[in-house]
Design a protein around this ligand. Structure first.
Ligand code: NAP
Length: 268
C-alpha cells in the first residue's frame, strides 16, 4: 500500500510525520506523494482540507485519516499518543471506508463558454468584494428569493459544523446526501425580504445564484478564496464524488459533535 503524510508543519506535527513515516516504511508500505492509497493528515481539520485539495483528482481511490495535534477535530480524530496504534492498524488491518458527501460548485462567466468547476469538503461562500451582495436565488430552475446581505454559504453535511454553524445553520449528519444554504447577515425589512432560515437541499436539487448587482465576486472553496470576474451564475449541487475516510474504529459523528462543542473527556 502507498501512503503520503500531510503535516500542518508545526514542530509536533512534523515530528509525528517523521515517526509515522519511519514506522510505515518499516512495515513495508511505500511512501508515494504522487499516487497514494492512504493519506495521513497531521494537524487539524484545516490540514485535512489542504490534503483533500492536493488529491482531489484521486477522490475515488484515496482514503484519508486525520491525527489532531491541537484540539479534537471533525476530520482529525486520532490523538498523537495513538500514533503507533494507528500505524499498526494501517499496516496490518483491512480498513473500512466511509464516504462523506462533497459540494460541486460551477461558476459560469458572461463572455466565456468555459466554466470553473470545484469540489468543496466544507463549504463554498459568495461575497461581493466591496458592496452588498445582491443575488437572485433559484431552486431547481425556479426563482426563490432576491438575497441582499453580506453573503451566502452553501455547506456540505460534514462542513455543517464549520462556518455554517457560526451562521446559525443546522448540524447535518454526513450520511445524508444534502447541502445547506445559510445566509450571512441578510438585509430584512419592509422593503427587502429573505427566508431567514437555512435551507437543506437533497441530492437531486440544485441551487443557482444569479448576480443582480456587480459582476465580480469573492468565492471561497473551503480555505481557498478567489475573485471571479464577470460572473454569470454560480451553481451548487451535491457532487457525484465523495471524500473517503479510512476507518479503523468507531467514533460516531454525534459523539464528535458532543466532544467538540459540549464537553470533551478526551482532552481532560
Ligand atoms: P482557519 O481560519 O485556520 O480555521 C477555521 C476553524 O474551522 C479551525 O478551528 C478549523 O479547525 C475549523 N474547522 C475546519 N473544518 C471544520 C469542520 N468541518 N467542523 C468544525 N470545525 C472545522 O481556516 P482553515 O484552517 O483554512 O479552514 C477553512 C475553514 O474555516 C472553512 O472551510 C470554514 O468552514 C472555516 N471558517 C469558519 C468561520 C467561522 O466559523 N466564523 C469563518 C471563516 C472560515 P482546526 O483548528 O482543527 O483546523
Amino acid at each position: 500500500m502507498k501512503f503520503y503524510i500531510q503535516s500542518r508543519n508545526d514542530d509536533l506535527s512534523n515530528r509525528l510525520r517523521e515517526t509515522a513515516k519511519t514506522y510505515l516504511v518499516d512495515f513495508g508500505l511505500i511512501f508515494d506523494e504522487e499516487n497514494p492509497d492512504i493519506v495521513l493528515s497531521i494537524g487539524g481539520d484545516g490540514t485535512l482540507l489542504h490534503a483533500f485539495h492536493k488529491y482531489k483528482h484521486l477522490t475515488s481511490s484515496v482514503a484519508f485519516v486525520g491525527i489532531h495535534t491541537g484540539h479534537l477535530g471533525f476530520y482529525a480524530d486520532w490523538k498523537p499518543i495513538e500514533i503507533e496504534k494507528l500505524v499498526i492498524s494501517i499496516a496490518q488491518k483491512e480498513f473500512e471506508v466511509i464516504e462523506y458527501p462533497l459540494l460541486e460548485v460551477t461558476i459560469n462567466y458572461q463572455h466565456e463558454e468555459d466554466s470553473s468547476v470545484y469540489l468543496a469538503v466544507n463549504e463554498s461562500t459568495v461575497k461581493s468584494p466591496d458592496v452588498t451582495l445582491v443575488m437572485d436565488v433559484e431552486l431547481n430552475g425556479k426563482h426563490f428569493e432576491r438575497f441582499r446581505g453580506d453573503g451566502l454559504c452553501m455547506s456540505t453535511p460534514s462542513g455543517s459544523t464549520a462556518y455554517n454553524k457560526a451562521l446559525g445553520g443546522a448540524i447535518v449528519h454526513p450520511s445524508l446526501e444534502a447541502m445547506q444554504l445559510a445566509e450571512i447577515a441578510s438585509i430584512n425589512n419592509r422593503v427587502f425580504r429573505t427566508v431567514g432560515s437555512s435551507l437543506v437541499l437533497p441530492k437531486h436539487h440544485s441551487c443557482l445564484l444569479k448576480p443582480v448587482k456587480g459582476p465580480d465576486f469573492m468565492v471561497t472553496i473551503d480555505h481557498l478564496q478567489l475573485l471571479h470576474k464577470d460572473v454569470q451564475s454560480i451553481k451548487y449541487r451535491v457532487a457525484d464524488e465523495k471524500i473517503r475516510f479510512a476507518r479503523f474504529r468507531s467514533f460516531p459523528f454525534w459523539q464528535r459533535v458532543h466532544d467538540s462543542f459540549i464537553d470533551s473527556d478526551l482532552e481532560k
